[in-house]
Design a protein around this ligand. Structure first.
Ligand code: ASP
Length: 445
């Protein structure tokens, strides 16, 4: 296993490096017209989707079902389940709030948007105006977003939810089913055993798909780099990019490792290294949801998380726990207000912290999932500003055009932090719920 894992790691890094080189020199730098380049580059994305992202997505719903169910039936005792569920939710919320506060603080101190060139601002927000109209008319603000989440959590048709890929619906329905199975006890055992067997099979399929990952990462990274080029990161956006990447790095390499060490007494960097396959998949796919099968496999097979903890923490985490997204949204919104010369004060910062946390919960774990929710935050800050007087300045929603050109690259980074946050949660909960009672001791080591 060791040798195989090393080979896979080597191939993935190779795919990453080749992807950057090919993307920059062969796709971006090729000198074709912008339209020609766009078409050529799109073909790379299509190939990456076909060989890697689609097979992973195929496994998501069945795997969410089997891992949540085996997690719950193996925990058994409803009281213990309640305790673990509560601990998991507290972990999600606290780490997301820390992430947003870090993002907002960085935005307020380093002012990434101040002095943004006027002409660039006008042309970039113009291109987004049409798109924003489409998104915001669906919106319905924060309360609408919450109602949509509640509807997903209480589905009326299990199979429809599965067909539509509504992971949150599958999770809550499966928890419901799992609690029923526990209550029935012995009679349900044949069913539980069949689900466990299915779970093992699905995990094997994930291991097979992981071997395509080097190719998938190569194709998708080449596409992302080819699309924007390494040097397009003009001066105007470079401060913004440095702030986002700096904030995400702080959360990934300092905050969460400290939390992991304090709560689980685990060496965080060794754990991070063991989780690398999942973290790199997140980077390559920009989707916590598509990464979920790999996160489940890596955390239990390589990184010492219990199946119980992973089954509980990871599927739910992929849809609601998004530290990277929360942090990113904080900085992005502040950047936009600064770029439009609108001053923010404590009340607005507070509004950003609250709405960005909720918006990160609501964002879907798909590429660009947070773009729609950023509009919700902007609307909330606008109304806070509006409350301070009639002539208060307002940020047009089309402002989002300023950050779209570099969104994919930042999406790759924030998705990696999202998946890292879920993995740390699974490792912490493993301490409360090791697979076997006798492993409890080992989990403390
Ligand atoms: N792509 C992110 C994820 O899947 C969501 C986002 O756009 O921030 O976790």
């Amino acid at each position: 296993m060791g040798k195989k894992t090393n080979l896979l790691t080597f191939l993935i890094f190779l795919g990453l490096v080749l992807g950057v080189l090919v993307g920059h020199y062969a796709l971006w730098d090729a000198g074709a017209s912008p339209e020609g380049r766009e078409q050529a580059v799109a073909a790379w994305k299509t190939m990456g989707d076909l060989v890697f992202v689609r097979p992973l997505r195929l496994l998501i719903i069945p795997l969410v079902f089997t891992s949540v169910l085996t997690g719950i039936t193996s925990i058994g005792d409803p009281k213990r389940l309640g305790l673990l569920g509560g601990a998991t939710l507290v972990y999600y919320i606290v780490t997301m709030i820390i992430a947003v506060v870090v993002g907002v603080t960085i935005g307020a101190i380093f002012q990434p948007g101040s002095g943004f060139p006027d002409d660039l601002r006008a042309s970039m927000s113009e291109t987004a105006a049409g798109m924003v109209g489409g998104i915001s008319s669906e919106g319905g603000g924060l309360s609408g977003a919450w109602l949509a989440i509640l509807h997903q959590m209480i589905p009326i048709n299990f199979f429809q939810a599965a067909v539509e890929g509504q992971a949150l619906s599958i999770i809550t329905a499966t928890i419901f089913l799992g609690v029923g199975i526990v209550a029935i006890g012995e009679k349900a055992e044949p069913f539980t055993r069949a689900i466990e067997a299915l779970h093992e099979v699905l995990m094997l399929l994930v291991q097979w798909v992981i071997w395509i990952m080097p190719l998938g990462v190569f194709l998708l990274v080449a596409w992302a780099v080819g699309n924007i080029g390494l040097v397009t990161l003009t001066k105007a956006l470079s401060r913004y990019i440095v702030c986002v990447v700096g904030g995400l790095s702080l959360h990934m390499f300092v905050t969460l490792p400290v939390v992991l060490f304090l709560l689980a007494r685990t060496n965080p960097y060794r754990f991070m290294w063991r989780m690398k396959t999942a973290l790199l998949t997140a980077f390559g796919t920009s989707s916590s949801m598509a990464t979920l099968p790999v996160t489940i496999e890596t955390s239990t097979e390589e990184a010492g998380c219990s199946r119980r903890a992973s089954g509980l923490v990871l599927p739910l985490g992929a849809t609601v726990n998004m530290d990277g997204t929360a942090l990113y949204q904080g900085i992005a919104v502040i950047f936009l207000f600064q770029a439009f010369g609108i001053d923010l004060h404590f009340t607005e910062y507070l509004a950003i912290v609250l709405t960005a946390t909720l918006a990160a919960v609501g964002a879907a774990g798909v590429p660009g999932g947070s773009i729609a929710t950023i509009l919700i935050i902007i609307t909330a800050v606008n109304s806070t500003l509006g409350a301070s007087g009639e002539n208060a300045p307002q940020l047009p929603l089309a402002a989002i055009g300023l950050i779209l050109p570099v969104d994919r690259i930042l999406d790759m980074c924030r998705t990696m932090v999202n998946v890292w946050g879920d993995s740390v949660g699974a490792r912490i909960i493993t301490r409360l719920a090791p697979d076997e009672e006798e492993e409890r001791e080992a989990a403390y080591a």
